[in-house]
Design a protein around this ligand. Structure first.
Ligand code: TAP
Length: 487
């Protein structure tokens, strides 16, 4: 295999310095659209390096917490400006590293900028309440204080937005952080850290250690000086992190998987429902935690909806996301592609009918990448694995129902509860859906994917630890309430 080295070796960032791992090991990050292209190398660090990063964060927190919120905010505003200037460079790196198309990568980077500015502004907002005491001579109030050191463990699917939506609120409320990004997208994450470095944050406030999750992620989770762990990723890893954090009394927050339904009512605007289903299911190659994976359609419009959905899906352009006109990029890694293909096999064996897609693309132009056709099954029943388990790829399970009531009950018939949407013109149907849908994010006449940074985000059931991220909700996790009584 000819290896084209296009980029450099990225280091850990500990106590304000870029450092090689003492392990001497590095790992290549490969382009999933062209696996002979190396995007960069990242460190395979040791537990001791995670420990050093935690020690630096602990020391730095003493002064960082004493700054005024607006002073901490000023650093975030600077980081936002730097990230904004580097949008093209960082978005291109993201596309090359994890495959999402360039316009999507630019959109995500712009979201990172907006998140930084939003939390910079939070530095000027209130962090407590005055509560009337029963003692007329006393002043009673609450103050929100930082947790201390926060361990940030992130997945590869939003390598800019997720680290920022965790680090920015952690920092503004006076915590210091150690970021352990997913190895699959650690080069892009390193570029985010460069923005914080250029913004001049004091040394040790932001630290970055790459390496395997079971070494570095576990080290942060178990470290007695890490006061909070914020994690986004799979349920299996998340549950282990939650148990370990609970066992040593650390605060934790887990955002995990989804199996997000869309309900299409007989009175829906079908053009809108088809557009939104395609966007929700196939953008980012279905690798969003909020991606649509089950589409539950009332019998009256099932055939019409299905035909339109399949026709539009067949017109999707697939390829390297850096190229103009490409709508769907590759799966982010070989492992992810294999998982998707294995679920497609399972779907066939379970008796679902393949309407379109179902194959890896291997012809000229695709042979070096992890491309899977956008895939739609019908004849799906709710008990099938493809209707129950998170696939995290471009696969839709179409389920036909005779009433909206049945649709809602199937929509709720999974262990997950992250996001859900309904297409209907009927206000009663909307209200029943809002009332009965067991999901942290419910959307009406809009795709299941779509998160606004100023609103709380998180799941019900097995999708999260029931905490919420973003918007004002972030304050709940990244601070502790201190009740103060002054006589
Ligand atoms: P995971 O395999 O769970 O990895 C997430 C992070 O945890 C990575 O940084 C990983 O490191 C690390 N990790 C692995 N083992 C660990 C351990 N024993 N202790 C501590 N950390 C460990 O998930 P993924 O494949 O990157 O992401 C896909 C999953 O994320 C999907 O299930 C998706 O639904 C979920 N997700 C959820 C959301 C929200 S907001 N709910 C958003 C995006 C994605 P390495 O990978 O480097 O080993």
């Amino acid at each position: 295999m000819t290896v084209e080295i296009k980029n450099k070796t990225y280091l850990n960032f500990i106590n304000g310095e870029w450092k090689e791992s003492e392990s001497g090991d590095i790992q290549a990050s490969l382009n999933p659209a062209a696996r002979d292209e190396i995007v960069g190398y990242v460190q395979m660090s040791t537990k001791e390096e995670a420990d050093k990063a935690v020690a630096a964060a602990k020391e730095a927190q003493k002064a960082w917490r004493k700054l005024a919120g607006s002073e901490r905010g000023a650093f975030l505003y600077k980081a936002a400006d730097i990230l904004e200037k580097k949008t093209n460079e960082i978005a291109e790196c993201m596309t090359r590293e994890m495959g999402k198309t360039l316009p999507e990568a630019k959109g995500e980077t712009a979201r990172g900028v907006a998140l930084l500015r939003y939390y910079a502004g939070e530095g000027m907002r209130k962090v407590g309440d005055v509560i009337p005491s029963t003692d007329s001579q006393a002043l009673m109030f609450t103050s929100r204080v930082p947790l201390g050191v926060v361990g940030v463990i992130t997945p590869w699917n939003f390598p800019v937005a997720i680290p920022i939506w965790k680090m920015a609120p952690a920092l503004i409320y006076g915590n210091t952080v150690v970021l352990k990004p997913a190895q699959e997208a650690a080069v892009t994450a390193a570029k985010v850290i460069e923005c914080f470095e250029e913004a001049g944050l004091p040394k040790g406030v932001v630290n970055f250690v790459t390496g395997s999750g079971s070494v570095i992620g576990q080290a942060l989770t178990d470290h007695p000086d890490v006061n909070g762990i914020t994690f986004t990723g799979s349920n299996s890893v998340g549950k282990g992190i939650g148990q370990a954090a609970l066992a040593r009394g650390a605060k934790y927050q887990l955002e995990m998987g989804g199996k997000n339904p869309v309900i299409v009512a007989a009175d829906a605007d079908l053009d809108l429902a088809v557009e939104a289903t395609i966007s929700g299911a196939f953008r980012s190659t279905g690798q969003k935690c909020t991606a649509t994976s089950r589409v539950i359609v009332e019998a009256e419009v099932f055939e019409d909806f299905k035909d339109r959905l399949v026709a539009k899906t067949k017109a999707i352009t697939i390829g390297n996301g850096l190229k103009d006109g490409i709508w769907l990029g590759p799966c982010a890694s070989e492992g992810q592609m294999k998982t998707v293909l294995s679920y497609i096999e399972i779907g066939k064996q379970e008796g679902a009918r393949l309407l379109t897609g179902g194959n890896q693309l291997t012809s000229e132009g695709y042979e070096k990448g992890y491309f899977v056709e956008p895939t739609i099954f019908d004849n799906v029943t709710s008990s099938m694995k493809i209707a129950q388990e998170e696939i995290f790829g471009p696969v839709i399970a179409l389920i036909q129902v005779n009433s909206l009531e049945d649709g809602l009950s199937i929509a709720n018939d999974v262990q997950y509860g992250l996001s859900a949407s309904i297409f209907t013109r009927n206000i009663s149907s909307m209200l029943s859906f809002i009332e009965e849908m067991e999901a942290g994010l419910v959307r009406i006449n809009a795709e299941s994917a779509g998160v606004e940074l100023q609103a709380p985000f998180g799941g019900m059931k097995q999708s999260s630890s029931h905490s919420r991220e973003q918007g004002e909700a972030a304050k709940e996790f990244f601070t502790s309430i201190k009740t103060v009584f002054v006589k």
